[in-house]
Every structure is written in structure tokens, then in C-alpha cells.
Design a protein around this ligand. Structure first.
Ligand SMILES: Nc1nc2c(ncn2[C@@H]2O[C@H](COP(=O)(O)OP(=O)(O)OP(=O)(O)O)[C@@H](O)[C@H]2O)c(=O)[nH]1
Ligand SMILES: Nc1nc2c(ncn2[C@@H]2O[C@H](COP(=O)(O)OP(=O)(O)OP(=O)(O)O)[C@@H](O)[C@H]2O)c(=O)[nH]1
Ligand SMILES: [Mg+2]
Ligand SMILES: [Mg+2]
Lengths: 292, 273
């Protein structure tokens, strides 16, 4: 863990040895390594370590009784501050149904999350409605319909012959007619560099005017987290992040990267394959695991 | 980035940045750079050549899959959720069938919604029969039935799709070990290949995934998917070096032709694109 590493670094200086500013520099190197090993993106790490270093110098950590612990405390605080407040869903405005679009890379967990989110919404007293707008992946519509039936949530699908834009528009209409409070639109996984598919997302957004566009991202994402989040944000403007597969042992540094480059809150965590594997995000859930 | 003048600290930083951002990981990157620094190179172009050479020397062209010379060969496909197993099976079946092999698929993901439907659609797409039971039935039983069907109908390769699972879930890893065991009971020596499908966008956790899957079910090779995106797939270096797992194929898209044989030269070159 980072604490152990810093402990070792400072212990190695020998008993009674005075810690100097160079030793703090070495400690910052340890922090940098720990964050990179946790998959935080390099540019984000550099920036983050810069801030921690400033605070460490400012706090005169080299004069502290326990410099290693002091630094860990600073890193912890900076991480928590960066990860930010648990995000809430934004349902301001009276037009119902409020539309939530789920977007992201292939296989990140959107369709499964659409189900989980619907269940969560219903528990919160907001009647959900699901729309199967992925016409590309084989059996994607079947997957969403199966999930919708499992959790007893009404849905709209039009097979795979119509355009996703048309299905989304009709889906929101159907949700309105069903008196639903929130309409969750599942979209096909796509690369942020695929202009045609990113345009499709823009068109869906234009037509359904979503209250939320949530980027569903895999907690084990590596260095490309920055480009992925930026790509989706620049194209359609995301309003929140959902980090999935947190039940694995990936350190989850991608969360920091995505949060920093989009300045968008992390709203939920996916914690299992089941429909109840869904939690409201809280920074404590991630700070410890990122630091290892 | 490299011209024809001397090598500055900034150049070393640039190289470090490229490798780290390609998901090679801190340890692999530092080891590589230390090794390069100790070579006493003075010119930038020489460094360029040495760097690529070092990277390439860490990889190998894969051997062919062990699916010939017997009545029936079984390939078990495994990996964490959403990595691209089912899609890769479609692509692999297509490749093998282009090579005139008779391929059958087994839908042993009986858990996830529409997993069986998805594999059946792929089977239709590439022209391979799919053996399946009901959803939520025993995956090992599907393997058993599929093996019997393959033998009876003279199919030479059976590819088994399994449910995605996190290597941290002990029960699911046990289930996978059991599926592996069952295939060995019906065909001695099976499975002849256990291919781990790794999502190319994954960071350092890929090594952990590979370690655990290898430990629990003796993975024999790797497929890395989704490298048509911006990720470079650098975790391949540690997976290959630490675990000696050959990287057989790279997924470059969602269609049945979007998978290529792993090529160390092309792979290394793309790190610098
Ligand atoms: N363990 C775990 N598995 C998850 C979680 N969320 C999703 N999954 C699994 O991840 C896999 C992919 O999920 P999907 O919902 O199909 O992903 P997707 O983003 O819709 O995929 P595409 O539509 O192909 O882009 C499935 O096996 C899910 O069961 C999670 O939080 N934890
Ligand atoms: N761009 C791209 N997408 C891919 C590639 N391989 C798979 N996919 C997509 O990734 C998503 C998940 O693929 P699946 O084949 O369902 O993955 P899986 O491992 O079987 O998923 P589970 O069974 O749920 O664990 C789908 O949308 C695929 O089309 C690839 O090489 N490139
Ligand atoms: Mg989906
Ligand atoms: Mg699958």
C-alpha cells in the first residue's frame, strides 16, 4: 500500500535522521508510482502529485514527527476532494418523462446498468421505462427485454430494423403514454473516435432532450480513460459517470482520470452482475482501493 | 519525437510517457528504460531502433492453436465480463472455417440474459451449429452434450463460450474449473486450448486477471480485443513475460473479419502511432 511504501521510504532514512526536502521529493515519486499502478492516467498523476507536493511543502511535512503518515493523509484528502461529492440524478424541470441516456464503450455494462438503474428509480418512487436503442449488437434487444421482464419494468423495442434515433424518440413517447417518470435509453457500445456513431448519439440527444447522459465505464479501464471520457464529453456532454465492475480488484484509478478531465460527478457504482448490484457513489468507496 | 541529435532527459521522459500511457505499466516501463540507458546509446535514431528492438524482443509470434491431429479438439473461451468472448468466438470460428475446418459452438453461458441468443446469432452468421440448453441450466452439461454432438456429427473443433466472470469471484472460478474438468472427461486431453479474452482497454488489472485465470484453469493463450479503439494494449508485455502466455489474436472491431493474428512488429509499431 502507499502508506507502507512511504513508511519504508522514511524508515530507510535511519532513526533520528532529519527528513529533508529531497526526501519529500522521493516520497512524491512513490506517490506517483502508486497512482500509475492504480491506473490513474499519467497527465492526471503529474497534476495531482504537483498539488500534493505543494501541500506537503506548505505543511512543512519534512519537519513532521511522522512525515510518511502526513503525506498519506494529504494524498487521501486530495483524492477524496477530487473524486468529489456523491452525485445525484438531476430531475429538475417538470417535463415528464425525464430521459436518461446511457453511453459508453463496448462491453462496459450499459445494458445491465439500464436494468439496475430502473430498479433503483422505482425504489425511489420514480416509475421507470426502458428503451432498447441498440440495434447493432446481436441479441442486444433481447438482452434488454429479458432484463426488463425480469424486473417487471415496461419497455419499448422495435427490433433491429429501425434507426436507434427513431426507436429512442418512439420510446420516450411510449414512456410518456405509460405515465412513466423516468425513461432510460440503452444505446449501443461505441468508440469515442467513431464519428458516425458519435453523431448518432448527438442526434438522439437532440431529439429526446435528456435530463442526464451518463457515461458507463469499466472500473478496470487503463490509461485511455482520459481520451474516452473526453471523447464522449466533447461529443454529447456527459452529466455523470457510472463505474461498473467495482466488485473486481481493479484499483479504479480510471475514476479519478475521468472525473478530473470531465469535471462531472461519479453518480453510481456497479457492484455485481445482479440487478441489485448498484450503489450510490461515495468517495470513500474508491479512495482506499486506489491507494492500495 | 526523435530527431538526429543527442539524447536529453526530456527524451527519456517522453519515452516513459509513451510506454506508461500505452498501459505497459510502471515496472515494465522502468525496467525497459533502465536497460536502454545502460546501453550507452548517444544518437536519437539509434535509440529509436534500440527501443523498438527491446520491445519486440519481449514478444513473440504465437504458435498455431493446438486444434489439429485429433478427432475432436476443444477450445474453452474464458474471461471477465464484457471482454469480448462471445464476439471473438464468432470471429475465431469464421477464421477456422475459412481454413476448411468443421467448427461447432457450445453455448455454455447459461446465466447472462440473451447470452445463448447472442451466440446462436453468431453461429448463424458464420455458419457454425450451436449446441445449447435452456437458460440457467448446468453449463457443464452443455459441454457434455456439445461434445457428444460434435463427435457424432464429425465436427473437428468445438469452441465453448462461457459466462463472463471476475477472477475475484471464487465460486464462479470454481464453476469454470469444473467446466474444464468435464470437457477432459469426455475428450481425454481436453480442453486443448483455454483462451483468455482480455479487453484491450483494461489497465494493470489485466495481469491480475491473467494470473488468476491461469492459476485456476490453466489458460494456454490470450486474445486481446478492442484495439481498434485508442488503447494500445500494453499490458500484453507483462502478460506474455510474467506468465508466458502466447497472444494469439487481436480483435479490431465487431464484425466477423475483425480479428488478426498477433504480430509483434506491427504491435510495437502501433505503440508509437
Ligand atoms: N461483476 C460485474 N459484472 C457486470 C457489472 N455490470 C455489468 N456486468 C457484466 O458485464 C458484462 C457486459 O455487460 P453489458 O450490460 O452487456 O454491457 P454493455 O455496455 O451493454 O455492452 P455493449 O452493449 O456490447 O456495449 C455482462 O456480463 C454483465 O453481466 C458489474 O457491476 N459487476
Ligand atoms: N470495437 C470492438 N468491439 C468489440 C471487439 N470485440 C468485442 N467487441 C464488442 O464488445 C461488446 C462485448 O462483447 P461480447 O462478445 O458480448 O463480450 P463477452 O465477453 O462475451 O461478454 P459477457 O459474456 O457478458 O461476459 C460487444 O458490443 C462486442 O461487439 C473488438 O475487437 N472491437
Ligand atoms: Mg449493451
Ligand atoms: Mg459472452
Amino acid at each position: 500500500t502507499l502508506s507502507q511504501r512511504l513508511q519504508d521510504t522514511f524508515d530507510a532514512l535511519g532513526r533520528g535522521g532529519k527528513v529533508n526536502e529531497n526526501d519529500v521529493k522521493n516520497a512524491m515519486r512513490q506517490v506517483r508510482m502508486a497512482l500509475l499502478e492504480a491506473d490513474v492516467a499519467l497527465p492526471v498523476v503529474k497534476d495531482f502529485v504537483g498539488r500534493v507536493s505543494e501541500r506537503a511543502v506548505g505543511a512543512e511535512v519534512h519537519k513532521a514527527l511522522r512525515p510518511g503518515q502526513q503525506i498519506v493523509k494529504i494524498v487521501h484528502e486530495e483524492l477524496a476532494a477530487t473524486l468529489g461529492e456523491p452525485g445525484r440524478l438531476n430531475f429538475s424541470g417538470s417535463t415528464k418523462p425525464h430521459v436518461i441516456m446511457l453511453v459508453g464503450l463496448q462491453g462496459s455494462g450499459k445494458t445491465t446498468t439500464a436494468g439496475k438503474l430502473s430498479l433503483y428509480l422505482r425504489r425511489e418512487g420514480r416509475q421507470p421505462f426502458l428503451v432498447a436503442a441498440d440495434t447493432y449488437r446481436p441479441a442486444a434487444v433481447d438482452q434488454l427485454v429479458t432484463i426488463a421482464k425480469q424486473i417487471n419494468v415496461p419497455y419499448h423495442e422495435q427490433g433491429t430494423d429501425k434507426s436507434p434515433v427513431e426507436i429512442a424518440v418512439n420510446g420516450v413517447k411510449a414512456a410518456k403514454e405509460a405515465g412513466a417518470a423516468v425513461c432510460v435509453v440503452d444505446t449501443a457500445g461505441r468508440l469515442q473516435i467513431d464519428e458516425t456513431l458519435m453523431d448518432e448519439l448527438k442526434r438522439i440527444k437532440e431529439k429526446v432532450n435528456p435530463a442526464e447522459i451518463l457515461l458507463v465505464a469499466d472500473a478496470m479501464t487503463g490509461q485511455e480513460a482520459v481520451n474516452i471520457a473526453t471523447g464522449f464529453n466533447d461529443a454529447v456532454g456527459i452529466t455523470g459517470l457510472i463505474l461498473t465492475k467495482i466488485d473486481g480488484d481493479a484499483r479504479g484509478g480510471a475514476a479519478i482520470s475521468m472525473r478530473i478531465v470531465t469535471d462531472v460527478p461519479i453518480k453510481f457504482l456497479g457492484t455485481s452482475e445482479k440487478m441489485d448490484g448498484f450503489e450510490i457513489f461515495h468517495p470513500d468507496r474508491l479512495t482506499d482501493r486506489i491507494l492500495g | 519525437m526523435l530527431g538526429s541529435s543527442e539524447i536529453t532527459d526530456e527524451i527519456w521522459d517522453d519515452i516513459e510517457a509513451i510506454l506508461i500511457q500505452a498501459d505497459l505499466g510502471v515496472n515494465t516501463t522502468l525496467t525497459l528504460i533502465d536497460d536502454l540507458r545502460s546501453q550507452g546509446i548517444t544518437k536519437q535514431e539509434e535509440l529509436q531502433v534500440a527501443l523498438r528492438g527491446s520491445l519486440q524482443s519481449l514478444l513473440q509470434f504465437p504458435p498455431p492453436l493446438d486444434v489439429s491431429g485429433r478427432e475432436l479438439s476443444i477450445i474453452l473461451v474464458v474471461g471477465v465480463n464484457g471482454s469480448g468472448k462471445t464476439t471473438s468466438i464468432g470471429k475465431l470460428a469464421h477464421r477456422l472455417m475459412l481454413g476448411r475446418r468443421k467448427v461447432m459452438l457450445a453455448a455454455a453461458d447459461t446465466f447472462r440474459a440473451a447470452a445463448i441468443d447472442q451466440l446462436k446469432l453468431w453461429g448463424e452468421r458464420v455458419g457454425a451449429p450451436v449446441i445449447a440448453n435452456k437458460p440457467n441450466s448446468d453449463p457443464a452439461a452443455v459441454v457434455y452434450d456439445a461434445t457428444a454432438a460434435a463427435k457424432a456429427r464429425g465436427y473437428e473443433i468445438l469452441i465453448v463460450d462461457t459466462a463472463g466472470r471476475l477472477h475475484t469471484n471464487y465460486n464462479l472460478m470454481e464453476e469454470l474449473a469444473k467446466i474444464r474438468q468435464v470437457s477432459g472427461k469426455v475428450v481425454p486431453g481436453a480442453p486443448h486450448e483455454v483462451l483468455l479474452v482480455l479487453d484491450g482497454t483494461t489497465g494493470q488489472n489485466a495481469l491480475q486477471q491473467a494470473k488468476k485465470f491461469k492459476e485456476m484453469i490453466d489458460v494456454t493463450g490470450v486474445i486481446v480485443t478492442k484495439l481498434d479503439g485508442t488503447p494500445k494494449g500494453g499490458m500484453v508485455f507483462s502478460v506474455f513475460n510474467d506468465l508466458q502466455l502466447p497472444v494469439h489474436y487481436v480483435g479490431l472491431g465487431e464484425g466477423m473479419d475483425d480479428m488478426v493474428l498477433f504480430n509483434p512488429e506491427i504491435f510495437v509499431k502501433s505503440l508509437f502511432d
